[in-house]
Design a protein around this ligand. Sequence first.
Ligand SMILES: Nc1ncnc2c1ncn2[C@@H]1O[C@H](COP(=O)(O)OP(=O)(O)OP(=O)(O)O)[C@@H](O)[C@H]1O
Ligand SMILES: [Mn+2]
Length: 441
Amino acid sequence: MNMGLKLKQRFVLLAVVVIMALVILYILAGRSSAHGRDKTWFQWKQQKDENTALSSNLLLDGLMLDKRPSGRNHVQKGGLPGFEPIDFTADLGGRSPWTIAASWVSSRHIYPEDAEELGGILQKMATAEITHADVGYKGTQLKALLVLNGHQKAVFKPKRYPREYIIEGKPYDGYDRHNAEIAAFHLDRLLGFRRAPLVVGRKVDLRTEIMPVGSDRLMSTFLTQGNDTCFYGKCYYCKETEPACADGEVMEGSVTLWLPSNWSLKGRQRHPWGRTYRNDKQARWEYDDTYCNSVKQTPPYNSGPRLLDILDAAIFDYLIANADRHHYETFEKDGDKGMLLLLDNAKSFGNPNHDERTILAPIYQCCKLRSTTWERMKLLTGDRLSQLLRKSLANDPIAPVLTDAHLAAIDRRLLTAIDMVQGCIDENGRDNVLVDDSRHH
Ligand SMILES: Nc1ncnc2c1ncn2[C@@H]1O[C@H](COP(=O)(O)OP(=O)(O)OP(=O)(O)O)[C@@H](O)[C@H]1O
Ligand SMILES: [Mn+2]
């Protein structure tokens, strides 16, 4: 009797313990799926597994792209617009590539989502006859101004480093990287911004393509080093002792299409989170974490899309590791509502082993972001972003554009940025962080 009771008590106790354990497990599981940060990591792991299972071709061509017989790329319902690989053989139907590109520019985008001629235009930028070449128009870095057949201006930024070269030191150190300018253009497109002008890689024969058409100002900076033809141009940092040199007479570089003249730029505007470029002086954002409150009250950041554009640019610059957005430009005619153009991305992709967290200062100090940007970021987790970028860059004339280390760095940085925004959401609530401003444009 006594013994029987004890057994019964033990059984009840055991049952209670088991039930409690189940309840605790259930609560924990519920929490982790409700808790965004865990969800992000969970999704990330899931996507990573998915991605290794799928070949990148299947992911890109099979799932997202519905090729209609017309040859036009239609994005499937629920697909990912802007994710289609760029077709460098796209037909322009006999029309001028420069006219098409100029007609694309609008207040919020440099080219449309379904720009089917994009690859065809890039192809022309990489091959069109150069009818004139001059020193760079302005700026501090070595470059050349080209005129392509059909009176199209373009900027040529020469190769200064081998792909594997790692820039040490300050996050904005080193010469411009032509491959970074190319990769940034593709990444801007994948993020859905379309705020960077068209860029393509090009190998230029200096003797046959530049010398016959180069201005005296440019040609007077030509010299040879061993078997290699070099030029040092004319700019603030241009020095005869630090020329850019071709491989023999063939010089690799990036070609950026000049924006059309009817979209004139509003001069250099100081970026509120710009750096001082001095060791002895800090910018206010570097010591004052409430800095965003004052930015938010100051025009043009107190209304319209400008602050959200700054935040988008922070995400973009963090991914490409560009700590050099000291100024920015907008379209003159759009005034305070003008979009922040992602011009000059050549100081990025310097060191794949370093993630410059301070580039995200606008994000962690303002704790805001466009909801469209946030949704796009989450779609690109795992190694989706690097896979899409790899694929997008594969047909560029100077491919491979980025080393594997840089591609891996982008995926890693995306996770950090997502975690940061998720932290803001956890702390302040989704509605106080994510901004849906789609009705403005
Ligand atoms: N594709 C373009 N279309 C129109 N204007 C352009 C284009 N690219 C550059 N510019 C103009 O030329 C300026 C200098 O270009 P860029 O920033 O690439 O040179 P930089 O030498 O790196 O200058 P900085 O030292 O200021 O960074 C830009 O601020 C812009 O006004
Ligand atoms: Mn620059």
